[in-house]
Design a protein around this ligand. Sequence first.
Ligand code: ADE
Length: 227
Amino acid sequence: MRLDVLTLFPDMFPGYLGQSVLSRAIQRGLVDVRLHNIRDWSDDKHNTVDDRPFGGGPGMILKVEPVVKAVEAVQKTGAEPGRLVMLTPQGRRLNQSVVEELSGCKRIVFLCGRYEGFDERIRTILEPDEISIGDFVLNGGEVAAMVVIDAVIRLVPDVLGDEDSSGADSFSGPDRRLEFAQYTRPREYRGLEVPGVLLSGNHEEIARWREENSEARTRARRPDLLG
Ligand code: ADE
């Protein structure tokens, strides 16, 4: 899977990209991430990418020319333009179904905003898939892009080993419930014992316990998921 990120702050990414699951996926050639600075497509001498809003008001707005030029140039590199995802609090809300949908893309181009927002014509011209990671406002789309990337690459074939496969994750599977409670050694800690059935070796009973536990947890914590 190829991922391109357009941002004014490419330096926010290498620390995250260099760690854990994503770093291994990149090293193994399963995911190819390219960072692009939108400022490189500004054509005035001060490298301006933002300006004050027409009509007045606080903050700065990302300008249409450098952003459209940057996206179009990046989309032209590579075999296909890919899915253009714009990170904005006004987008459709991210959830595991959206993540599954994105994980089927061969290429995703992420457009991260800063300041008070994008010139509206960026939306009209590029028609991006606008995604929000929740009903709160971040200082920019970069952290949101990392959230989407993190969730999507878990579902790219071979990125996770069998050992930590994503199949039992919360929100996954046909009924989209929360995952059951998990335990590891020791069997007892401060008087708290691991449920005996998990030590029984009886796979059918373990599966039944997990199914019930998952349902009870979902009912207690997220009844909205049970419909
Ligand atoms: N940019 C600023 N806030 C955001 C949010 N909640 N989701 C995605 N991108 C954003």
